[in-house]
Design a protein around this ligand. Structure first.
Ligand code: ZN
Length: 240
């Protein structure tokens, strides 16, 4: 005859005001876990350990538990939506520019004047139209800057880019079509510093040497941009 495996049991226990989820199971030692996101405290406990021993154990770990409960959740830096009203801060080239709306112009235009981004238009524009004008400004900026970077790096890297494009991309900063030697860059890069834009361009151009993000790829990156890891951290997102 085999001994029937004892079923796991889970119950809640209150220790020093903290709700603890206890699971009794076939293990050798007590295990404590704190989920810093859900703030749940869980203890896995061997059958042989008494309730009092369990409570003592949790009390011993009190400062450790407190520390983990107070841990801040690393929130993904979400950009707040911009409403494009006078004085709003508009990101551009790694900085923020105060939006200044100027009515009575001949046509819609966006330009930088000192630390302000001036959006001029004939009459008052709605939010969508203002956003569209600024996105056009971003696009124009990138279409001016990217060719300079490609020209700078082509002879250094000994590759050639046939074509580049700028588009809205939800999840990536850039992509590269190796066969066509075409690179795509995210419109969002207009918000980032020139160093970060250059980093993404170089990354995509390295793909013309190496398709994968392998060691060879990384060696190329280090050769061309020794601080690329730091830049990647700053950019914080996926590059294909
Ligand atoms: Zn890549």
């Amino acid at each position: 005859m085999f001994r029937r495996k004892k079923a796991e049991t889970t119950y809640e226990l209150l220790v020093d005001g903290n709700k603890i989820q206890v699971t009794r199971k076939r293990i050798k030692t007590l295990r404590l876990k704190v989920n810093t996101v859900t703030k749940k405290i869980r203890v896995s406990c061997p059958y042989r350990v008494s309730e009092q021993e369990l409570i003592d154990f949790v009390q011993c770990k009190r400062s450790w538990i407190e520390k983990h409960l107070s841990k801040k959740i690393p929130s993904a830096k979400k950009e707040l939506p911009i409403n494009y009203v006078e004085g709003d801060r508009i990101p551009f080239r790694g900085e923020e520019y105060k939006l200044h709306l100027r009515i009575g112009a001949k046509k819609t235009s966006v330009r930088i004047e000192d630390q302000a981004m001036v959006l001029a238009s004939k009459s008052e524009l709605n939010k969508e139209k203002k956003e569209k004008a600024i996105h056009e400004f971003y696009r124009t900026h990138l279409k001016n800057e990217i060719p300079k970077l490609i020209e700078k790096w082509e002879p250094v890297m000994k590759v050639s880019v046939n074509e580049f494009g700028v588009k809205k991309m939800k999840t990536r900063w850039g992509t590269c079509n190796i066969r066509d030697k075409r690179i795509w860059l995210s419109l969002e890069l207009a918000k980032k510093s020139p160093e970060l834009l250059e980093y993404v361009v170089v990354h995509e151009m390295v793909h013309l040497h190496e398709r994968l993000h392998n060691q060879r790829f990384k060696n190329f990156m280090t050769l061309f941009l020794p601080n690329w890891k730091e830049l990647q951290k700053q950019l914080n997102g996926r590059i294909d």
